[in-house]
Design a protein around this ligand. Structure first.
Ligand SMILES: Cc1cc2nc3c(=O)[nH]c(=O)nc-3n(C[C@H](O)[C@H](O)[C@H](O)COP(=O)(O)O)c2cc1C
Length: 193
């Protein structure tokens, strides 16, 4: 399927330091696809941090996507039965959400969106960003990459000396990885050195 024909869900988790780069990538993606529904986790939708306020994030997302934010489990549940999306992007995807997805825990709008969407056999694209990416979250990421339907935005170590276990996806590659995932392809190279 071409990006231009795709209905995309764009879910953002609480890796606040990557929100700016992610929104810049979304600004490139949004005009290229048929529609985008913005989705926020409870944390990213409600917490103000030194990287910005929840209200500002919500407003920017709604402007870029021309759709209201969905941030509750009842709002995203119809994604499954009504087949609302062709691709779900989770960017940034925290260690917390990676762990929940790997363990089958469904207690946020983001994890519920993934569960609902996967039941339709359609792709989920993850853009991990977490300081424990090379420790406990590595097994969750590996677990998800072995599962049908999951794809990953290429990622690497953002600060090998200062944060030796941190992994961050290259958000600029989201549009390319989205097109690849719609075609059932894992974007390569997956690992950035
Ligand atoms: C300022 C700030 C920055 C954070 N950055 C990250 C991050 O980059 N990666 C991560 O996995 N968690 C990060 N966290 C922790 C998550 O926000 C926290 O685990 C939260 O429960 C994630 O919820 P979610 O996965 O439902 O969005 C950060 C928290 C704060 C307050």
């Amino acid at each position: 399927m071409k990006l231009e024909d795709a209905r995309i869900g764009f879910a953002m988790c609480g890796s606040y330091c990557t929100h700016r780069k992610t929104l810049d990538a979304l600004a490139e993606l949004a005009p290229r696809c048929k529609s985008i529904i913005p989705i926020l986790s409870r944390e990213s939708g409600s917490e103000d941090t030194r990287f910005g306020t929840a209200a500002a994030l919500r407003q920017e997302l709604e402007t870029l996507c021309a759709n209201p934010v969905w941030d509750t489990i009842p709002q995203v549940e119809p994604i499954g039965p009504k087949g609302l999306l062709d691709l779900l992007i989770i960017a940034p995807c925290t260690g917390n959400t990676l762990g929940k997805l790997a363990a089958g825990i469904t207690d946020t709008a983001v994890t519920m969106a993934a569960k609902a969407h996967l039941r339709n056999g359609r792709p989920v694209l993850l853009a991990p960003s977490t300081n424990d990416g090379l420790t406990v979250s590595l097994r969750n990421l590996g677990d998800l990459l072995c599962r049908k339907g999951y794809y990953c935005v290429p990622f690497g170590q953002d600060d090998p000396t200062g944060k030796p276990t941190s992994l961050v996806a290259d958000m600029k590659q989201i549009p390319r990885a989205a097109q690849d995932a719609l075609n059932g392809i894992q974007t390569q190279p997956l690992l950035i050195c």
